[in-house]
Design a protein around this ligand. Structure first.
Ligand code: PSU
Ligand code: MN
Length: 312
């Protein structure tokens, strides 16, 4: 086997101290900063999400790529820089090698897939995101399936999320996860959620309410020899939720408009989300923050339970 150069991994002092002492850490993506809400709400939200991880009992580690290195644990000023700089590319797992090689002056905002790659490399067992990528509506024709789902079959990370957005085909997304042996457990809920909708209309394959048992299930998955992810869903609090019927109609209209405007591939998520935000008068943008915060808080709590349960 030829030896490969290792990828520069710049782990912040706080995160590296936490990892060295076996304290819980939750990895976070940066694509949500650059491709989610507009400035300054994106920066404010990223700070709230980090705070939510802390109130759950863990250390946040927001991930990005900058100057040829993977940064694990962005500082306040890193977050601000990413939030204000236009045009930072969305970097999913297949793009990482290229952006890292480009080096100085190149930045990348990590998706769920690439953040999970980085978390696995850094030895961080938990990651939190509001919504994972999934199988797109019409994927039978377009073959648009998020790399997030594929990366879950390769990285050993527990992923906490509120399911995926209604803009996706959630039935097919769940089928895909099942086919690829990715466990799905809903924490304190019976249903697979749909981002800012409490339910997708699909029952979850498993429900667990006890964090310690959930931590054991995660460890069992890895002890069984699986080098893959473990999906944990948690729904947005009811008072912040949005009615799924309302969103569904908007998405259908926006999907048709996107096709007419020739928007597809990597750009489709942002396009559809902006359409939903406009149709709900900004209510979905607020709900978006609520979902990120509630997932991060649950992830902090679950990572803390996991760290207490597992001695490596
Ligand atoms: N889902 C959301 N908001 C997002 C994304 C997904 O509700 O911003 C982002 C995440 O970074 C996710 C990525 O990992 O989009 C998936 O993109 P694609 O479908 O192109 O793989
Ligand atoms: Mn895609």
């Amino acid at each position: 086997m030829p030896a490969y150069n290792s990828v520069p991994l710049l782990v912040s002092e706080e995160v590296s101290d936490a990892l060295a002492s076996g304290a819980p850490v939750v990895a976070l993506e940066s694509n949500v900063i650059t491709h989610g809400l507009p400035y300054p709400d994106n920066a404010a939200t990223a700070r709230k999400v980090e705070q939510a991880v802390r109130s759950g009992g863990a250390t946040p580690a927001t991930i990005c790529i900058e100057d040829g290195a993977i940064r694990v644990g962005m500082t306040e000023s890193d977050i601000e820089r990413f939030a204000v700089t236009p045009g930072i590319p969305k970097v999913s797992s297949r793009d990482m090698s290229v952006v890292l090689a480009q080096g100085q002056g190149h930045r990348g905002a990590t998706t769920v897939a690439s953040s999970v790659v980085a978390a696995d490399l850094a030895g961080i067992p938990f990651f939190s995101s509001a919504g994972i990528g999934g199988v797109h509506r019409g994927a039978q024709e377009t073959m648009d399936i998020s790399s997030d789902l594929i990366q879950f079959t390769r990285s050993r990370v527990a992923v906490v999320c509120a399911g995926a957005k209604m803009i996706l085909d959630l039935g097919l997304t769940m089928e895909h996860l099942e086919t690829h042996c990715v466990p799905v457990v809903s924490y304190r809920s019976d249903d697979f959620p749909a981002f800012y909708c409490v339910t997708s209309g699909f029952a979850s394959p498993h429900r667990m309410d006890d964090e310690r048992l959930l931590a054991r299930a995660v460890e069992n998955h890895w002890a069984l020899g699986n080098h893959s992810s473990f999906l944990i869903t948690t729904p947005v609090p009811e008072r912040e939720a949005i009615d799924s019927g309302e969103v569904d109609r908007t998405i259908r209209e926006a999907t048709a408009a996107a096709e007419k405007d020739g928007v597809s591939g990597q750009a489709i998520t942002k396009y559809l989300m902006r359409a939903v935000d406009a149709a709900t008068g900004g209510r979905s943008a607020r709900a978006n923050t609520a979902v990120l915060v509630s997932c991060a808080e649950a992830a902090g709590r679950l990572a803390a339970a996991h760290a207490g349960e597992v001695v490596r």
